[in-house]
Design a protein around this ligand. Sequence first.
Ligand code: BGC
Length: 835
Amino acid sequence: MDNMLSAQFEAAGAVFVGSPERRVGEPGDPAVYFRTEFEARPGLLSATLHITALGIVEPYLNGAPVGDEVLAPGWTSYRHRLLVRSHNLTTVVQVGKNAFGAIVGDGWALGRLGFEEITRPRIYADRPSLFALIELRYPDRTEYVASGDRFRCGQGPVRGNSLYDGVTIDARLEPAGWTEVGFDDRAWHKAEPVDWDMATLTEATAEPIRRVEELPPKKIWKSPAGTTVVDFGQNLPGWVRLRLDGPSGTSVTVRHAEVLVDGVPDYTTLRTAKATDRYVLAGNGPEEFEPRFTFHGFRYAEIDGLTCDLLEEDVRAVVVHSDMIRTGWFETSNDLLNRLHENVVWSMRGNFVGIPTDCPQRDERLGWTGDINAFAPTATYLYDVRKVLTSWLDDLALEQKDFGFVPYVVPDVQPGHDTPTALWSDVAVRLPWQLYWEYGDEEVLRRCYDSMATFTRSVVPLLDPTGLWNSGFQFGDWLDPSAPAHQPGLAKADRHLVATAFFHQTAREMACAAAVLDRMEDADYFTKVADRVREGFRAEYVSPSGRLTGECATAYALAIRFGLLDAAQLPRAGARLVDIARRDGYRISTGFAGTPHVAHALTETGYTDDAYRLLLQTMAPSFLDPVVRGATTIWERWDAILPDGTVNPSGMTSLNHYALGSVANWMHTVIVGLRATSPGFATMRIAPQPGGGLTHVRAAHDTAHGRVSVEWKCADGTMTVRVAIPDGTTAVVALPEHPDRAEHAVSAGRHKWTYTLAPAVEPLTLDSSVERLAADDTILMSVSAVLREYLPPHVDVAQLLGQSATLPLSVLLNELPGVTDRTRRELAAAIQSDN
Ligand code: BGC
């Protein structure tokens, strides 16, 4: 506990209080309403409220809500850290009598957590409890109003409430004026003290969770079942606000869904989460309803029980997440790519509701370590995540110390998972390192050092004598698209190859972190560990020429990216990786472990054009397939929605999972070309690599030093590059496609270059003439093969192509029998992949 706070709390005698009506909170029990009144005397200098709860708390003073935080105090490892937020009440406390109230719902402390059938309630506490301390400062002394036996508690409109299942609000039960002076609370109970370790109280430092945006409906319609369906056009975290009118006792339900199947909301992606809010109307004119003590991940709302048609102005989606500052933007000439990037941003927003989670909609929403590990380099570009992630890393370190291992989810609600696994557990090292590199602040390394070193040392005894991490459970290349639907860990990449490659990288980063903090003995030790693991990896998996055993994209991507190959082996490895990408027709073949690295590995071995193809492929499985099919967030698995529009029945089909959105890092560091060359962007390299038919890119990133903006545009054979970097930084700008490969060292300020490009060769497409296409043997073969499949057997394809040399292929297709959209798509893909 913070010393200052602890002294005040001690002096004031504030304790946690609960209601005698809820000694053991059961799921579905009503929220608890607490209140007290107090006097403020003339001469008040300041008034401050310090508040937290076991559960979720909503404070009020003199009839108005205090602050704009929602879902407070958020989720931490409560047994170690329960966050206290302070609110300045100086302008709202009045001289004379004041009334303070707070509603406490179940939240993470009492509500069920976990997934599928194994969710458990009351993981941290038995009943909702409040901790509140109002500090009234006068020139001569300080007085306290502290939660304790002067507080009374009762009930109100908030009935059953659950993060996963939703809330019931019965407006008829509003105790009118309960947060105002003079309310008669004699029928309420005296609050009872609740035992809780005060040493867990910690000042909240991360941005609060807030309502950050509102979206109007895109469309409202009646379903065949008679319910009203609202489409907000965007999958988002938060809830729906409704203005309703109807007789007292009218019951309206709002159920949330991510997707429509056959035009009606489908709830499969929620698993057992009911995600249903219920309102019972008081019946005294138009009433506004907004849920509390819950949130949902949804695009559609299905509303039942309305007594009249819902008007557009009576419904809003309220977007709710940690109110972090946006720091990264990216826009290109390609709308699909822009939408993909936008989906990444929305998935990040959806999964930063207090802690970094896997998903916001189903019965899970846990702090899965692997997901944020894969996504962190993208997250640090898009938002200032310093505070939210440092807070989460504090929890990770405390639980690691407590349990003796890094849990798979932090805070941990799944006891029993105690063996480390690559990409998940090594977040303990790789996330602090990423934060250090982004923000240039050694403090994060200092703060996390013990956790980082303890984790790295814990894996060393698990290595075999040759340095391989080849035993124990591993998630591996989770959700490789070719893994069986119900065995997502059964990837093409050998899971121990993945583990060993990751551990090499982890040990390297660990050694670097030790060196930054001047712990040279540790740096030396971890370097030796990394060297040993590298040797083991190479001996087991790499041929002298640079081929990998069990060839697949993830294996090559990791070996290339994590420095496991010698310079002489890289060309061979790159060539094999690109062969695999081409063989797969640029469809994606990687899961959580390989996806963040595959495009980078192609670029690093000289195949940026192929990386673009991988990024821009629209045929499934691919990054753009969901975009083409209308996705507004990143899906958990490549085929979360099957080609027939139904939800993949595997049970793991969140439509809002950021892990695979980690590809955005390639967009930022290759398409924009922005990379820090020293921690915190004091120095940087800006080397955009145009491709994929993009004609312009505009991006900005607010670094710890200030805004960096990069823009390139190519029109009529002329390239224009604009770069602006902030004070205190320098950059090397490598001009894209410059005839002399010019590079410029620049200092703070705005810079612009314009130059003529070498004439470009027009890429081959469906609209190219048959002649041009036929000039390339491979393309001719593939095009002929596709045509033979679709045209009636009597058509002589070779002759047909020979006679139509000057026609664009697309025009020829219009005249042929048997040609469908599918034929066109396959031809386009064949031309693209052989091109
Ligand atoms: C989660 C993931 C997580 C994975 C690990 C899933 O249920 O949603 O994103 O990383 O499990 O097994």
